[in-house]
Structures are given as structure tokens and as C-alpha cells.
Design a protein around this ligand. Structure first.
Ligand code: IVH
Length: 712
């Protein structure tokens, strides 16, 4: 193929891929199969490899191309991002309408939009290409997070062809909207973090906001964020704002009249922007239509209401239906539809008079904490759970809630008998927030964690610096049950037929006392399980048999080693190939694997150091359980090849595991302790004794930015 035809094909491929992305992410109506999409993308990648001069920043192949940043540059909003006044009930909505009618001199129709619970974001497009994007910050200056926003699939890197120019001549436009995380993506992210032993996010908003503010765009990409556009601001390009800020003319649709009212021109029938061919966009509704035409995702539930009664009905409807959506909403934004009227109403302080946020009632309820009961987890953790007087919360009856750990109970002074506040964030398990102290009557006893396991009576250990107390008896029936359940679960050995009930029966009857006993089950033993017929037994034995060939990664996952979830198990299996090699590896060797930090390595070493565990693995082997996997070649190049790092303290933007994977991906090693062989210590806030040791040995100490610049 000649360069000429290659460039034509590249253009064609980009347009096909952009169309497919738009259908998939924006219209939610894919028409291309995944395989066809992949093959187009592969062809484009291939052509861009062969003809690098054809690779452009707005190519769909370039979403995750940027190197990590050291910090974010400021992002100045050319038109300030306003906040909104709240209404919390019908009366306040009616009062808003009255004020609007009085000021506008007549009844108004409104546009109502779901208030997405995410992170306000601004995007600038120039000549149709995404140029910059930033967070809201204080409304005037936010952070420039352009490379991160580029990873969000529903944000088009190019506006749909033709449309931008038709409407704005050469104008640059600024789009405002909300970056958010779908509940399903939030659940997936938290499940992954939990498996990896990382702290989980309290709600999708926190995860989204942390995601947008990652210094490494690859970490943003992993969160799988989404975007909805809700406003459009136009900025004249003919007046290059950076060059001649004084004469900058801003054409604002639905935005900020108060900052520079004399220079803000609303694009409407009456106030037509001089430099725009804007064909009379006069309403918020039309600007939403325009956003859609430009290829931006607009929430499908936006509506136009002729009067405040319709607005109230919309708010009530969505307050009741909010759980049906796959994203969090915390209210409804009500906007005067007519843009000229918006301009006339202006703002009162920081809040526009033409819009209001109707806030849903918080999904928080008060109820009585009847008791605190302890369940014992797979690794022996003693988990405190609240037993509540049943209460309605966000459409469901809540009877139980988590109390996390004893530290949480003590620091929030939660006592059985208290009236407590319970919330549900996202679709996660309800959580007790704290006691309503004004309601505490008489003397209530503080909760004390038992010093013996409530299930088996063994000693409880509470290691210094750890949040959880643990039952020390590995044979504790509660632990055994949880381990069996976990081993047979879908993500692990996937033994159909051993679910919650069967696992409980098998452990209660002492037919299964450790995982390996599963493979010693036979017809005779299973016949002693109540209500289990011949056919069930035959099926079960067949499923147990076929689980033997799931491979090393699944076995490792199933063993339930602390901090070893699916992903870590796959890494270990791929790097070492056999369980014996993993068992024989030192903590230092384990840490040479991608993403395996000192904590994980220590946990794996500890597991294999225990004789009972080694014996159990022998029995699995004898039973014919496959414990090998094809070995993968390790990274043998990279900027940090041959360098050993030690991490200590809390880094501002990266978790320890994230920092460790950046290092190992670049060929470096992460070790758990400082020695003369250590090349660098990366220290965050509140570093431990490793910091002092590094100083005394004269080892280079880096902060997060220092690490970034080594990687850059
Ligand atoms: S309009 C002046 N529309 O809610 C109008 N905001 O205080 C400014 N939000 O954090 C905002 N969905 O990011 C608007 N459909 C929507 C919205 C929305 C969510 C957020 C916004 C800001 C807060 C408003």
C-alpha cells in the first residue's frame, strides 16, 4: 500500500471506529460485532505502526498514550463553573417557580435533567478536536486532566464531522458535563480491589473523582469512567483568547452571566453571536439536541416540562426510580428552558437564578441497634455486624449493616441499644454511620470484641497495627466453611453443586475439614448428607472431577491466601508456572512479579511456610488436581532494570500496590526491606523506620514526583 492510499484507509478506519464508538458508548446501540470492531482497530494500529507520520493525537488508537504527569497544571475556566441552589421539597420547588415567574414576567417552561452524582468537568474542543479538559476546582480554576479525560470512551476525541463547523464557524466550544462511574463498574472495581487486599471505595463518586485525578492515565483508564454532557459554552476562536484575553468574546449558552455579563452573549434568536452561524439556538433543550448531534452523550432521561407541576411529577418519579439506573443520581436539575430568560435572570452570588437542584432525600435512616454479632471470615477475621430494628432505606428493608471492625465501632462510639444512622452508598452493603447521641438514654455498655472465637472458642489475636481481630484456629469450623465456599465458588474452582447449603452440610457433618477433603468425597460419604439423591451425588462427583483440570491460577485463587485474588493468582501462575516454584520462592523473588508488593509477598510466603498448608497441597496433588500453568517470560527490559526499590509511608496519589506495579513494569524490583543493595527508597507521608535506615545508609530517597521522573 502506498502512503497515499494508507492515509485514505487510515481516515476511513478512523471514521468507522469513531462511528462504532459513538453507537456503542453514546447511543448504546452497537451495530458492529466485537470481532469486527477489533479487526478495524487492529488494522488501524498496524497502519499507524507502519506509517507513524499518520498517527494523530485524536486517533481512536491514542486514548491511553500519555506518560504519567508529575502534577496537574491549573485549568482556568474562561467562564466560571457555577454551583446550584438546592430545593429539598415541593414547596421549595414552587417557591423557585414563583421567583422565576416574577423576575421573568410570566410562566416559564423548564428542562429537567437527572443530577448525576459524579465530578463536574469541562471539555474544550477546537476545530472539532478535543483539546483540553479540566475539573471544576473552585469554579474558576480547576486541574488540567486532559490525558485522563481522553481515556473515557464516551468522551469523543473528535466531534461528529461537519456538525461543529456548521454551527460555530471556526468557533471553539466548551462542553460541561459530569464524569461518573457506573454502579456495575463500581462493583467490579471494588471486587477487584477487595481481592487484591486494597481499600474499597465508599461510593462511585469517590472512585470517579479519584480516577480523574490519577497522575497516570493508565490508572484512570482502568476505572472505566463514563460521561454525560449537560451544557455548552462557546468561545470565539477568531479572538484567540490566550493571545488577546481582553477582547475575548464569550458566547455562553446557559452559563454564568454574572462574571462578565457585558461580554457574555447568549446564543439565541434575539442575541445572535456575531461570529457564529448558530441557527437560533434559543433554548437549553436545543443545546442538548446540539450536544447529541456533536456526538456527545446526553442523558436519555432529560425532559421538557411546561410548568412546575410537571417538574414536580418528574422529580417524584425519579426519586422513586433512582435504583433502576446503573448510575447514581442525587437529584434533578431544573433549568429555565429559554436562554434569553436565563440571561435576564442572572445570578445571585454564586448561584444562577434560572436553575435549581432538587435534592433527593438522603438514603439514610435512623433505627435502633439491637445487637452486634460476630461472624468469622475465611481468614479468621472477626467481622462485627449490626443487627438492626428493620427500617426502610432507599426502597429496601434493612435488618443488618456492617460495622467494619472494632476500631470503627470505638472511634464512632457505637453502642448496642443506640439509635443509629444507617446509610447505603451505591449498592454496597448498608453501613452504620454513627449513633444519634441526643437519643442515647441511660447507660449503654461499650462493645468489646470477644477474646475467644465465638464459633470455636480459640484465642483471638489482634496484631498491632491491623484493623481486624482474628481467630487463631485454622480448623475453626466457620473458617473451614468459608474456605470451602470460596474454593468451590465460580471465580475459583467453580464446582457446581457445592454452594452455601451443601458447603455447610459437608462441614457440619465433618465430611470436609479442609479443601483437599473435597476430593476424597465418594458416593458412600455423600449418601450420608440429608436430602441428597443418587443423581445429585453423581452430578456432584462429576463436577468435582472436572474441577481438577482448572489449572494453577484457579487453584491459587481458591486457596484463599490473603491478598491473592484472581489477578494476583494469574500473575503468580504465569510467572512461576508451578505451585512448587511459588512455594519455594523467597518474598524478594515474589516481589519481582508485576504488581506484587511486600504485603502480598509476605502473605504468600507465610501461607506456604505453614506445614498444614503444604500437606494439604500434597493431598490436592495426589488427588490429581493440576497445579501448573504455562510460564510467561518476565519483563527483561525497562528504565528501572536492575534497580531495587523500597516503598514506605503513604504516597499522595498512588497506593503502594500501584507504585510497585509501575516499578516492576519498568523492570525494577520492589523489596520489603532496606539494605545496602537498595537503590532507592520511595517515601510518602508518615514513613516508617525504613526511612531512617535509608538515611543512615545514604540511600537516595524519592518522593512520588521523584519516582515519576525516574519513570518518565
Ligand atoms: S447544571 C449553572 N446539570 O451538580 C448550572 N449540573 O451544583 C451548573 N450536575 O457539581 C450545573 N448533573 O456537575 C447541571 N444535568 C446537570 C447536572 C449537574 C450533575 C452537577 C454539577 C455540579 C452540581 C451542581
Amino acid at each position: 500500500m502506498t502512503a497515499k492510499t494508507a492515509s485514505e484507509r487510515v481516515r476511513e478506519l478512523r471514521s468507522l471506529i469513531e462511528d462504532a464508538n459513538h453507537r456503542y458508548y453514546v447511543l448504546d446501540d452497537p451495530q458492529l460485532s466485537d470481532a469486527d470492531y477489533d479487526s478495524l482497530l487492529r488494522e488501524l494500529l498496524d497502519l499507524e505502526d507502519r506509517y507513524p507520520e499518520l498517527r494523530t493525537a485524536d486517533s481512536p488508537t491514542q486514548r491511553v498514550g500519555a506518560a504519567p504527569a508529575e502534577r496537574f497544571a491549573p485549568y482556568e475556566h474562561r467562564v466560571a463553573m457555577l454551583s446550584l441552589a438546592n430545593a429539598t421539597n415541593e414547596a421549595e420547588l414552587r417557591a423557585f417557580d414563583e421567583r422565576v415567574r416574577k423576575l421573568a414576567g410570566g410562566a416559564q417552561s423548564y428542562v429537567v435533567e437527572l443530577k448525576i452524582d459524579g465530578l463536574a468537568t469541562s471539555l474544550q474542543y477546537r476545530d472539532g478536536a478535543l483539546e483540553r479538559g479540566g475539573t471544576r476546582g473552585d469554579g474558576r480554576v480547576g486541574e488540567d486532566v486532559t490525558p485522563n479525560l481522553r481515556t473515557i470512551s464516551s468522551i469523543p476525541l473528535r466531534l461528529r464531522s461537519g456538525q461543529a463547523h456548521e454551527h460555530f464557524g471556526d468557533g471553539a466550544i466548551e462542553v460541561r458535563g459530569e464524569v461518573y462511574l457506573r454502579k456495575s463498574d463500581f462493583e467490579r472495581l471494588n471486587a477487584e480491589r477487595e481481592r487484591a487486599g486494597l481499600p474499597v471505595f465508599a461510593n462511585p463518586r469517590n472512585a470517579a473523582s479519584g480516577g480523574v485525578r490519577q497522575l497516570d492515565p493508565r490508572l484512570t483508564a482502568e476505572r472505566k469512567l463514563s460521561f454525560f454532557a449537560y451544557a455548552i459554552v462557546m468561545v470565539s476562536l477568531s479572538n484567540h483568547p490566550e493571545q488577546r484575553p481582553k477582547r475575548n468574546v464569550m458566547v455562553s449558552l446557559s452559563n454564568h452571566p454574572e462574571q462578565r455579563p457585558e461580554r457574555n452573549v447568549i446564543l439565541s434568536g434575539r442575541h445572535k453571536a456575531p461570529q457564529s452561524k448558530g441557527d437560533g439556538i434559543a433554548t437549553q433543550w436545543e443545546s442538548l439536541e446540539l450536544l447529541k448531534k456533536l456526538g456527545l452523550p446526553v442523558n436519555p432521561h432529560v425532559a421538557r416540562c411546561a410548568n412546575i407541576d410537571e417538574v414536580i411529577a418528574y422529580c417524584e418519579r425519579w426519586e422513586a426510580k433512582r435504583e433502576d439506573l446503573d448510575y447514581e443520581i442525587d437529584g434533578v436539575v431544573v433549568k429555565v428552558d429559554d436562554l434569553a430568560t436565563q440571561e435576564r435572570l442572572g445570578a445571585a452570588g454564586r448561584d444562577p437564578r434560572w436553575a435549581v437542584a432538587y435534592k433527593f432525600k438522603p438514603r439514610e435512616a435512623r433505627t435502633k441497634l439491637l445487637d452486634i454479632v460476630i461472624t468469622v471470615g475465611r481468614t479468621g477475621t472477626l467481622n462485627p455486624n449490626a443487627v438492626l430494628e428493620p427500617v426502610q432505606l432507599g426502597g429496601v428493608t434493612v435488618r443488618n449493616a456492617t460495622l467494619h471492625n472494632e476500631e470503627y465501632i470505638a472511634s464512632n462510639d457505637i453502642r448496642p441499644g443506640d439509635i443509629v444512622l444507617v446509610t447505603r452508598a451505591g449498592d454496597v452493603i448498608p453501613r452504620v454511620v454513627g449513633p444519634v447521641l441526643s437519643e442515647r438514654k441511660g447507660k449503654l455498655r461499650r462493645f468489646v470484641m470477644p477474646d475467644r472465637c465465638p464459633v470455636c472458642g480459640a484465642d483471638v489475636d489482634h496484631p498491632e497495627g491491623e484493623a481486624m481481630s482474628r481467630c487463631t484456629n485454622a480448623a475453626c469450623p466457620a473458617q473451614v466453611l468459608e474456605r470451602v465456599r470460596h474454593f468451590c465458588s465460580r471465580g475459583a474452582m467453580d464446582i457446581e453443586g457445592i454452594g452455601d447449603v451443601m458447603a455447610q452440610q459437608l462441614t457440619e457433618l465433618e465430611l470436609v475439614e479442609d479443601i483437599a477433603d473435597i476430593y476424597a468425597l465418594d458416593e458412600k460419604k455423600l449418601a450420608t448428607v440429608p436430602r441428597t439423591g443418587e443423581k445429585t451425588i453423581a452430578n456432584l462427583l462429576r463436577n468435582i472431577e472436572s474441577s481438577k483440570s482448572r489449572g494453577l491460577a484457579r487453584v491459587l485463587t481458591g486457596l484463599g491466601i490473603r491478598f491473592v485474588g484472581t489477578q494476583t493468582a494469574q500473575i503468580l501462575a504465569g510467572d512461576f508456572g508451578t505451585i512448587d516454584d511459588i512455594a519455594a520462592a523467597s518474598a524478594g523473588e515474589l516481589q519481582q512479579c508485576e504488581g506484587i508488593g511486600p504485603e502480598v509477598a509476605a502473605s504468600v510466603s507465610l501461607f506456604f511456610a505453614q506445614r498444614a498448608n503444604r500437606a494439604m497441597i500434597e493431598r490436592l496433588r495426589k488427588a490429581g488436581v493440576a497445579m501448573n500453568a504455562p510460564k510467561r517470560a518476565r519483563a527483561a527490559s525497562g528504565k528501572l532494570m536492575g534497580k531495587t526499590f523500597v516503598l514506605t509511608g503513604t504516597l499522595p496519589n498512588l497506593t503502594r500496590d500501584e507504585a510497585a506495579s509501575l516499578i516492576t513494569e519498568a523492570g525494577g524490583k520492589v523489596s520489603g526491606s532496606v539494605s545496602k543493595k537498595t537503590n532507592y527508597v520511595v517515601a510518602g507521608s508518615e514513613p516508617g523506620s525504613k526511612y531512617d535506615k535509608a538515611q543512615s545508609l545514604g540511600i537516595t530517597i524519592l518522593d512520588e514526583a521523584g519516582l515519576r521522573s525516574l519513570l518518565a
